[in-house]
Design a protein around this ligand. Structure first.
Ligand SMILES: Cc1cc2nc3c(=O)[nH]c(=O)nc-3n(C[C@H](O)[C@H](O)[C@H](O)COP(=O)(O)OP(=O)(O)OC[C@H]3O[C@@H](n4cnc5c(N)ncnc54)[C@H](O)[C@@H]3O)c2cc1C
Length: 475
């Protein structure tokens, strides 16, 4: 008997679920992936324009997730991987209008000008600060201010959370974003003591059991995020999407609208509209792999409170402004990954990636590529500005730091209206309720970056785990 499975949303999550189900179930499953856009990939898209490789969304993924390597190997694109340059390990913060390298080690931290001496002393007191005993969630800003001091929030964690989540440090949840910090405080009474305990434990494990087996020689088993490397593909992140889409070609229906979604005795009926009209399709199992707010309408008729909780996980908007220059037209040597900008700097841009310094082949010979982020949770309406305004803002913000001597030879503005889901205060409790309510709807599942992690690695790991659970129920 064949089980009919519908997957709504062809971002990397939906595609990775479909890929794993295809491998696990073969002809036992009849798969269809529905995508409302013209192309699969969602936030991931790379385009080669005039010799520059412009990324719409992620520039890469860290080499610490075995599930991503397993997927890459299954797709046969392992040899297409490119590793970020050593120079890209240098990351900067804009403080007081000047770039300061983010310290990667304790001696580096002592010497850094990112924090003034008084703030470093406050930081050093962290092991002696009592742990929080109050129940409930806490914002990243409150957690960091309590443990490391307010300056650490303003100068380090505010730009970090803008850089990763396009989020607001005052509303993002510590338990759902920097969960490991929260756990260290709870189990060791201090983040710093927790870090030392982890290092000690890892060394003991390594001595006892040798190095853990690796899926691939490029996989890092280090728990220290600073020691991980960023990877991508020779022609950008879209190679991953291209390989998934090629494999799933006959299963993907792009440019469709799901007009209604109803539960039946054994599964779900979807009314699907495409260029040829509407059609009712039955599926035994459905995976909704859209951003949470866009999943809400599907479940509204089944459980209105579930829909409400999904709507509460809002995504921030973000614009990516790709600017290509002749090499000599940027005074700064771009020796590093790029820089993040704390909100206290009063600059509209969130950060600047020096894309051509990160991976090879991102700009033609003698040229450089920048990607500048504007928008995010602090500035949700920024993406409404026209292209020229966004380019001018990006140039004006970056000029004092990078020293432009000429106009860009390439400019490309990419807008994400459902950019990055915000794991705001209460996210963990919201998720628990969502999971409980989902358990009452047999055959319906959620995937995507809205729940358990926003990175491409998180999306892939959860997609594979979900596919495994679905397949186990079928075979
Ligand atoms: C600017 C930017 C930079 C990023 N940088 C990084 C990075 O460097 N490293 C990293 O690991 N991650 C990064 N991320 C995060 C990562 O790219 C995303 O979290 C991930 O790609 C999300 O995949 P997804 O499939 O869960 O969601 P999406 O990519 O959002 O895909 C969801 C899909 O569902 C479709 N859809 C929505 N509603 C419907 C509907 N009603 N019917 C049918 N289809 C529908 C959408 O069109 C979309 O194709 C970045 C994200 C952005 C936006």
């Amino acid at each position: 008997m064949t089980t009919s499975i519908g997957i709504i949303g062809a971002g990397v999550s939906g595609l990775a679920v479909a890929h794993s189900l295809k491998r696990l179930l073969g002809d036992k499953a009849d798969l269809t992936v529905y995508e409302k856009g013209e192309r699969p990939g969602g936030a991931i898209c790379s385009k080669r324009i005039d010799g520059f490789l412009v990324e719409w969304g992620p520039n890469g993924f860290l080499n610490n997730e075995p599930a991503t390597f397993e997927l890459i190997k299954e797709l046969g694109i392992r040899d297409r991987l490119v590793v970020s340059s050593d120079t890209a390990r240098k990351r900067f913060l804009l403080i007081g209008g000047a770039l300061h390298q983010i310290p990667l080690s304790p001696p580096g931290f002592l010497g850094t000008k990112v924090l003034p001496l008084s703030a470093k002393l406050r930081f050093a007191l962290e092991p002696f600060i009592k742990k929080r005993t109050a129940e409930g969630d806490e914002s990243v800003a409150d957690f960091v201010a309590r443990r490391f001091g307010r300056k650490a929030v303003e100068r380090m964690f505010d730009p970090l959370m803008s850089g990763i989540y396009a989020g607001n440090v005052n509303t993002l949840s510590i338990q759902s974003t920097l969960k490991v910090f929260h756990e260290m405080e709870q189990s060791h009474g201090s983040v710093v003591r927790g870090m030392f305990a982890r290092i000690k434990q890892r060394r003991a494990e390594e001595r006892a059991g040798g190095a853990p087996e690796k899926v691939d020689e490029l996989v890092s088993t280090s728990k220290n995020p600073m020691s991980n490397k960023l990877l991508s593909f020779a022609e950008g992140m879209n190679e991953l999407i291209g390989a998934l889409a090629d494999e799933l070609r006959e299963h993907i229906r792009s440019a469709v609208t799901i007009e209604s979604f109803a539960r039946t005795e054994k599964g779900f009926d979807l009314v699907v509209r495409d260029g040829n009209g509407t059609q009712t399709v039955h599926h035994d199992v459905v995976v909704i792999a859209t951003p949470p707010e866009q999943a809400a309408p599907f479940v509204a008729g089944l459980d209105s409170m579930l829909a409400q909780r999904l709507k509460e996980i809002k995504s921030s908007t973000i614009a990516v402004i790709g600017l290509g220059f002749k090499g000599e037209d940027i005074a700064n040597p771009l020796d590093g990954f790029g820089y993040l900008i704390p909100r206290m700097e009063g600059v509209r841009s969130l950060g600047v990636l020096w894309s051509s310094s990160i991976f090879p082949g991102r700009a033609p010979e003698g040229h450089k590529l920048l990607q500048i982020m504007i928008g995010g949770a602090h500035d949700l309406r920024a993406i409404e500005a026209d292209d020229q305004t966004l380019v001018e803002t990006a140039m004006k913000d970056a000029d004092p730091v990078l020293g432009f001597r000429g106009k860009p030879v390439l400019q490309r503005v990419i807008r994400h209206t459902s950019g990055i889901p915000q794991y705001n205060l209460g996210h963990k409790a919201r998720l628990q309720e969502i999971q409980q309510r989902m358990q009452c709807i047999d055959g319906l599942h959620l995937a995507g970056n809205g729940y358990f992690g926003i990175s491409a690695n998180d999306c892939i790991r959860h997609a594979r785990e979900l596919a495994g659970r679905i397949a186990a129920n079928i075979v």
